[in-house]
Design a protein. Structure first.
Length: 147
């Protein structure tokens, strides 16, 4: 008979504990955001302000684009990042590259976005810088997504 080691769970890591605390704060923020667009926007602006450059500038411009081109969507935070929802469901989101030590930010869409195009279509896009062409593409996709 093989011997069994007595192993105890080490519990949650510091990172896991921090993530749980962040999620609890986010749930409270979601509740506020679901009642008030202004509260959701305030939460997003706080998160954007916490981002290092160049992510902060890109996120700020994405937020401006969303306000101007998809006013039907409600701003809220989602996994600690800016997101925009309809009827409580996130349609699109911004993710700072710095948060996850990635070389680029991402702008993505969830399945509630109306981007269907045949049997396969992109739903997440890398963002390295905000150019007029990038802005135009985001606007086009957002308008189609909320269609």
């Amino acid at each position: 008979m093989a011997s069994q080691k007595n192993s105890k769970s080490a519990g949650f890591s510091a990172e896991e504990k921090a993530a749980m605390k962040e999620r609890a704060k986010e749930l409270k923020a979601e509740e506020r955001a679901n009642k008030s667009k202004e509260a959701g926007e305030k939460d997003i602006l706080v998160k954007i302000e916490e981002m290092p450059e160049p992510d902060r500038s890109i996120a700020t411009r994405v937020h401006e684009i969303m306000k101007a081109n998809a006013p039907i969507l409600w701003p809220k935070t989602w996994y600690g990042m800016p997101a925009y929802a309809r009827e409580g469901k996130v349609v699109c989101f911004f993710q700072s590259g710095q948060k996850f030590e990635s070389r680029y930010c991402t702008f993505g869409f969830n399945d509630s976005a109306k981007l269907d195009d045949g049997s396969m279509w992109p739903t997440t896009f890398a963002l390295i810088e905000m150019t007029p062409g990038v802005e135009a593409r985001i606007i086009e996709l957002v308008k189609k997504a909320v269609g």
